[in-house]
Design a protein around this ligand. Structure first.
Ligand code: MN
Length: 430
């Protein structure tokens, strides 16, 4: 995707908070989200600095003028309809919204809502959700732990993006509390028991929202798969490791993953991410060649350089006023399979995708110990606990723990843009 005036790093906004160097939401970002209106129903907004531009208000007052179909979609209660309009419509909206918010446009303070007072909702009706397993270091680490005597990577992993169909009904927006799930746990030396999960984990991931889908029986080719993607959010795929270990063979994860997944509320569009596109990690010399339907065009740069940190604060730390500790950092660039490859593979059977469907990247782990994307890897199945400032240690998550993922993009010659936060607090089992 080519860069245009909406990416100009010199551009500023009349919303002063958007112009600060550390702002998540400068005028070059303009992510879409949904906040609760006075009647509790969703309203589509765009994040700008520490404010939300109320799009329905901007359209109703004719401050924002857009073709009827786009205006209509942006006045609905979720982003699905807008997502389904395709990349030309997304660009038209982004360009007009950027012009409305730019420093040389008249102030429109009555269209702003303070972000810290807003209650965010899910940005889209998520019809379907699939989670992949696209980071080689994560797949290798997990393979080493669970199959110490075999090859860490399963033979299929280098040929196709491995995934499983997840559960859309339990995807929640950042800030939603997470109740520790019950599950069937199998002690080493006895029969299974039904009890609260003891090995509760998080997974640092990103999710891509599908914009334009495909009809059943048709495929989305690798060449234009990126054009079908609307945007990206942070995703925390909460995981019950003890449940997973007992249930996962032979059909893969089930209840270990279906109780909750948290996403960040602001969808950073593929157009906003254009300056940070890059090549993914090179395939190793002895890796098998890719089949044609998964082979990107040379120079397609389907990877995205998004960086993230994961921080934890226990209830005790928050009560003592201790700041959260960083558990790890990661980069979406580490993925061996791009979202475009995941989408092409997913639809290669003719499986239909629709606007608002979500695909998860899989745990983003890099080569270094501090770039491992979950506690399973960070503590190596609990054998290397992490010491916290409140004197306790963590192998897995405890009740009261608050887990936060922050993410951003930065590159020389481009503005720094953020994703905001993806947070959740663990509540005791009920
Ligand atoms: Mn996952």
């Amino acid at each position: 995707m080519t860069l245009n005036e909406t990416h100009d790093p010199a551009r500023t906004s009349w919303v002063e908070s958007a112009n600060q160097a550390d702002a998540c939401f400068p005028i070059q970002n303009l992510p879409f989200g949904v906040f609760a209106g006075e009647d509790g129903r969703g309203r589509i907004g765009v994040a700008i600095g520490n404010q939300i531009l109320d799009l329905a208000a901007a359209i109703e007052t004719e401050t924002l003028q857009l073709p009827g179909e786009i205006a209509c979609a942006l006045c609905s209660h979720r982003l699905n309809e807008f997502m389904s309009l395709g990349k030309d419509a997304w660009h038209t909206a982004r360009k007009s919204i950027g012009n409305l918010l730019a420093s040389d446009a008249p102030r429109q303070d009555r269209l702003l809502r303070p972000m810290d007072e807003a209650v965010m909702q899910l940005p889209a009706e998520i019809g379907d959700y699939t989670d992949f397993y696209a980071a080689r270091h994560h797949a290798t680490n997990v393979g080493r732990m669970f199959r110490p005597d075999g090859e860490p990577l399963m033979p299929n992993w280098l040929h196709l993006p491995v995934g499983y169909h997840g559960r859309a009904s339990s995807i929640v927006v950042s800030g939603t509390d997470i109740v520790r799930p019950h599950g069937q746990l199998k002690p080493e030396d006895g029969p299974p028991v039904f009890a609260p999960c003891r090995l509760l984990d998080y997974e640092l991931e990103f999710g891509a929202f599908i914009g334009t889908g495909n009809a059943m029986g048709s495929r989305i080719g690798i060449g234009d798969a990126s054009d079908h993607l609307f945007g990206v959010v942070i995703l925390n795929d909460w995981s019950a490791r003890d449940v997973q270990k007992w249930e996962y063979q032979p059909l893969g994860p089930f209840n270990a993953k279906n109780f909750a997944s948290t996403i960040s509320p602001w969808v950073v569009t593929m157009e906003a991410l254009a300056p940070y596109r890059s090549e993914g990690p090179a395939r190793a010399a002895d890796d098998p060649p890719l089949l044609d339907y998964l082979t990107p065009a040379p120079g397609s740069a389907d990877a995205i350089d998004v960086q993230a940190t994961v921080t934890l604060s226990s209830q005790g730390m928050r009560e003592a006023g201790t700041s959260a500790v960083q558990l790890s950092r990661g980069s979406l660039r580490e993925l061996s399979w791009s979202f475009a490859q995941m989408l092409s593979h997913h639809t290669s059977t003719g499986c239909p995708m629709a606007a608002g469907d979500l695909i998860g990247s899989g745990t983003v782990s890099g080569p270094d110990k501090d770039s491992r994307g979950c506690l399973l890897e960070l503590t190596w199945r609990g054998t290397e606990p992490i010491a916290l400032p409140d004197g306790t240690e963590r192998k897995f998550l405890q009740d009261g723990d608050a887990l936060t993922i922050d993410a951003w993009c930065e590159r020389q010659g481009a503005a720094r843009i953020g994703f905001g936060s993806c947070s959740g607090v663990i509540l005791p089992a009920q």
